[in-house]
Design a protein around this ligand. Structure first.
Ligand SMILES: CCCCCCCC/C=C/C=C/CC(=O)SCCNC(=O)CCNC(=O)[C@H](O)C(C)(C)COP(=O)(O)OP(=O)(O)OC[C@H]1O[C@@H](n2cnc3c(N)ncnc32)[C@H](O)[C@@H]1OP(=O)(O)O
Length: 302
């Protein structure tokens, strides 16, 4: 499997991604609901469902993990699905959305870094870097149809797309709230934020750990459209059409010109970034707060 440009590492899960997927349906195709015609074969895995439409060249990719927390398996399946679409010249764009009610993506799966050994945390973080690099530099148009809450790592997934459409529901807040959890967004998340909403707005939002409700997210430029919930999908499709109206080669080279320096910064410091992450999250104090936070989340449910 080809990894993102200039990669010096090969996380175990990504070297043998199929091992993680035993017993899942990845690679198997089946007719899409109501479909059956040309390009109406969907494929997917346990955690990512892909509904390709060959006629329009657009695939809808649906996350379907519990709360869409970014587990190692979900990260792996996302990379594989993305790669499959990238390698199929039929496709020019992906709409990324959630199949979970009320949640687009809950961010990092904290169970992957709480009570785990350093080697696991490193493998996990490398998989997170890999997904971000692939999405951020994808030659396809990526539109996020955000139909639920979108904190922290969820926001990063959305920010690595080209365009964001958010459902107008005050519960669907979006932002990088790491500081409120006592953790620090690494430089490449910060860079992505700055590239999207500018330096001053990022400085404020990152320090305060702001989670923006839809109207504020639109105002600050974190999302491009806020629409009623039942119009998220159709608006994402209209946005996609607008982006696909531009010749691919010109749009792709322009995207690369805008994003390459940010991605290269991570590529140059990938190992150091992993080490920073691991030594930070493996501290006793951080492990204790992660444990307490997870406990709070579980209790809140009851
Ligand atoms: C020197 C510096 C070096 C650099 C260091 C770098 C350090 C670190 C960088 C890290 C970056 C981190 C970014 C992150 O993404 S951290 C994760 C942040 N995410 C959150 O805070 C979201 C938490 N979840 C929620 O707020 C809600 O769950 C919500 C997404 C709004 C959904 O709400 P609701 O529909 O009501 O669902 P529940 O709350 O009932 O949750 C259902 C089950 O899912 C579990 N859950 C939720 N989120 C997570 C998660 N992020 N990880 C793991 N598990 C999660 C929750 O506990 C419930 O589980 P169960 O059904 O078993 O009870």
């Amino acid at each position: 499997m080809a990894l993102a440009s200039g990669v010096r590492f090969a996380p175990r899960a990504l070297l043998r991604p199929w091992a993680l997927l035993r017993g899942t349906t990845l690679g198997r195709t089946e007719p899409a609901a109501g479909g059956g015609g040309d390009g109406a074969r969907r494929f997917g895995s346990q955690r990512v469902l892909v509904e390709p439409d060959a006629a329009s060249g657009v695939a809808v990719m649906k996350l379907r993990n519990p709360s869409n927390a970014l587990s190692l398996e979900l990260l792996t399946e996302l990379v594989i699905s993305l790669e499959k679409l990238e390698n199929d010249k039929t496709f020019r764009g992906i709409i990324l959305t959630s199949d979970c009610p009320r949640v687009f993506c809950a961010g990092l799966d904290l169970t992957e870094i709480c009570g785990r050994n350093p080697a696991h945390c490193a493998e996990y973080w490398k998989a997170m870097q890999e997904l971000w690099l692939r999405m951020y530099l994808s030659s396809l148009v990526l539109v996020a149809a955000i139909n639920g809450a979108c904190p922290a790592g969820g926001c990063i997934i959305a920010l690595s797309c080209d365009c964001r459409v958010l459902a107008d529901n005050p519960k669907y807040r979006i932002g990088l709230n790491e500081t409120l959890l006592g953790i620090i967004a690494p430089f490449w998340l910060k860079d992505t934020y700055v590239n999207t909403i500018g330096h001053r707005a990022s400085e404020q939002a990152l320090q305060l750990g702001s989670l923006f409700p839809p109207a504020e997210a639109l105002q600050v430029g974190l999302v491009d459209q806020v629409v009623p919930e039942d119009q998220v999908q159709s608006t994402a499709l209209s946005e996609m059409a607008r982006w696909l109206a531009v010749p691919d080669h010109a749009r792709q080279l322009t995207k690369n010109m805008m994003r390459k320096a940010t991605a290269d910064r991570l590529l140059r410091q990938r190992d150091a970034d992993t080490q920073n992450f691991v030594s930070f999250v493996c501290r006793d104090s951080i492990q204790k707060s992660l444990q307490a936070y997870l406990e709070k989340l579980r209790q809140r449910k009851g």
